[in-house]
Ligand binder design. Structure first.
Ligand code: CA
Ligand code: CA
Length: 268
């Protein structure tokens, strides 16, 4: 294909005043010219919300993007033109089953990332609530690409205990063991511990956890418990994943709140 020109996101709305190009995945390989983004609008950059797209550009003779704010030869150049937002990425994809034509993405960095945007249409349908197969999107932040994938991290247990008597100023040392229930390595998400008295500490998990592996995370900071009496503490995976029901470990002292609570410590 010595003179093959391939277009990724070719969007030529010309006079349209509202243009959303959000959350797409582009794979352009081995082309003479790989036009990964190509757009024009007579209103300049103003009509666009163009962000959260991922571009995989490999083996092209020339990578090229064109828009009202200028041209670009790489994804970073493209961001630098100022037309797109700063969440455009160039993350290599792993597909679920490329040989069988299943191009669902198995990439943690592209999971649950795209925030909801209001529909531009006047007839009031909701925006981006389902994927190309009519499967539900994550209701808060959806995946990049046409297919919504299921990404899950599980809170397994905590070895921490809440003492029976909490004095004002007690410093609680928290930990949580988490399980990577997803098919790609996970990292860079948050864990949080908080009491029902208002104290809260959030910490990023920087270590990489392989699929199926567990990690015990200790909180660097301690939770200050300032009030005497029954204290409930929750420690949870704070990752905005696709299953929020398996994130939280509940700890309590001086009484058991309900049978729904796991790892409850009673010191009556
Ligand atoms: Ca997802
Ligand atoms: Ca989860």
């Amino acid at each position: 294909m010595p003179y093959h020109y391939a277009y990724g996101l070719y969007v030529y709305p010309y006079y349209h005043q509202k243009v959303n190009v959000i959350g797409n995945h582009v794979d352009l390989q081995n082309n003479y010219y790989g036009y990964f983004a190509y757009t024009y609008n007579s209103g300049g950059t103003t009509p666009y919300t163009w962000d959260y797209n991922n571009y995989y550009l490999k083996g092209n003779g020339t990578n090229y993007a064109y828009g009202p704010a200028g041209t670009a030869a790489s994804v970073q150049d493209w961001i630098n033109t100022g037309l797109p937002g700063t969440h455009e990425t160039a993350i290599p994809p792993t597909y679920k089953d490329e040989a069988k034509g299943d191009f669902s993405l198995n990439v943690f960095e592209l999971q649950n990332k795209v925030p909801k945007f209001n529909s531009l249409h006047s007839w009031g349908q909701t925006w981006n609530d389902d994927d190309i197969n009519k499967n539900d999107r994550n209701p808060v932040r959806s995946d990049v690409g046409a297919f919504e994938g299921y990404m899950n991290i599980t809170g397994v247990k905590s070895d921490a205990t809440v003492p029976a008597q909490v004095c004002s100023g007690h410093q609680f040392e928290g930990d949580i063991t988490i399980l990577n229930s997803y098919t790609d390595t996970v990292y860079g998400f948050n864990v949080t511990m908080m009491s029902d008295r208002g104290a809260k500490i959030t910490q990023a998990v920087k270590d990489r956890i392989l699929p199926g592996a567990s990690l015990k995370v200790k909180f660097d900071e301690k939770l200050f418990l300032n009030e005497f009496g029954k204290t409930n503490i929750m420690i949870f995976v704070d990752a905005g994943d696709d299953n929020l029901s398996d994130d939280t470990i509940y700890l309590a002292n001086r009484g058991i709140a309900s049978t729904r609570w796991r790892n409850v410590y009673s010191f009556i």
